[in-house]
Design a protein around this ligand. Sequence first.
Ligand code: NAD
Length: 311
Amino acid sequence: HQPPMSPSHRGALGWDATGAPTPMHKRLDGKVAIVTGGARGIGEAIVRLFVKHGAKVVIADIDEAAGEALAASLGPHSVAFVRCDVSVEEDVERAVDRAVSRHGRLDVFCNNAGILGRQTRAAKSILSFDAAEFDRVLRVNALGTALGLKHAGRAMVPRRQGSIVSVASVAGVLGGLGPHAYTASKHAIVGLTKNAACELGAHGVRVNCVSPFGVATPMLINAWRQGHDADAADDADAGIGLDGAAAVPSDREVEKMEEVVRGLATLKGSTLRPRDIAEAVLFLASDDSRYVSGHNLVVDGGVTTSRNMIG
Ligand code: NAD
C-alpha cells in the first residue's frame, strides 16, 4: 500500500510499480538479521520486508508450525526458522549462534516477540493483579528484550557495527492503554533501549525501538474480543486464546479493529498496517539511520499527540 508514484519518482524513491524496492535501494542487501516473534503479525511483516530488501533472516519464535511455514514460503536460501522462547536465555543464545554459524555475522536483531497477558478485569487492576501473571509478561517482554540486547550485542560488538531494534508500544510511553504488566514491560523496553544505546554505542552498535499504536494482529484482535466480553473473559479466565495462540482473526474483525484505530488517529485517510511498523523498523535497522541511536520511533498516526486519544 505504497502511495501512488509517477514513473519518474519510482526510481528516486526506491520502489517499482508493484511496491517492491528497486535493486539500488535494497537497504539490507547482504545483511543478516534475526527477528523474534517473526512467525506472524507485525514480526511476519518485518521478516517479509527485510527479505525484500535483500537480508538473510532467521525467524526466532515459539510457534514452530507458523515459523517453519513462513520460512519455507520465503525460500530456505533467504530465511531460516529456529525455535526460540525469548524468555529463555539458552534459546536466545542459540538463535544468535545459529545466525552467526550459518551466515558468518549478525547485522540486525529485532526484538519483536511480545505478549499482552491476561485481559480479565481482575488481571487488569492494580488492586487485584496476579503476581505470577505479572512475572510471566515481564519475562517475555522485558527480560526477553534484555536477553536479545545481550546476545545480539555480544555478536556485534567485536565487529564494531550492528543495529538492534526493539518493538515497544505506545503503552511504553503513556498509561491507561493496557494491563499493568504490559505497560510496565513496554516502558522497560524504552528504558533498556536508552541504556543499551549508551553502552553499545561506544562499540559502534546502534540501539533503537519502535512504538506502534493498534495494529490488527492476532494479539490485538484477541484483546479486543475479550474487552468486548469482559464477563466471558472473567468466566473463562481468558481461556479464549490467551496470547492469541489459536486465534485467527476474521476479515470482519480486522476491518472493525482498523476502524477503531482510524477513529483514534489524528492522521486521517489512512489505516495503520503491520507493514507500516515494518517500514519504521527497516529504517532503524538499515544504514539510512546510521546516526540515530537511543531513539523511540512512535508509529501511531498522531494518536499520542492528541489529548482526545482515549474515547
Ligand atoms: P502477535 O501475538 O500477533 O504475534 C506475536 C508473535 O510472537 C507470535 O508469532 C508468537 O508466537 C511470538 N511469541 C510470543 N511469545 C514468544 C516468546 N516467548 N518467544 C518467542 N516468540 C514469542 O502480536 P503482534 O501484534 O504481532 O505483536 C508484535 C509486537 O508488537 C509485540 O511486542 C507487541 O507487544 C507489539 N505491539 C503490538 C501492537 C498491536 O496493536 N498489535 C501495538 C503495540 C505494540
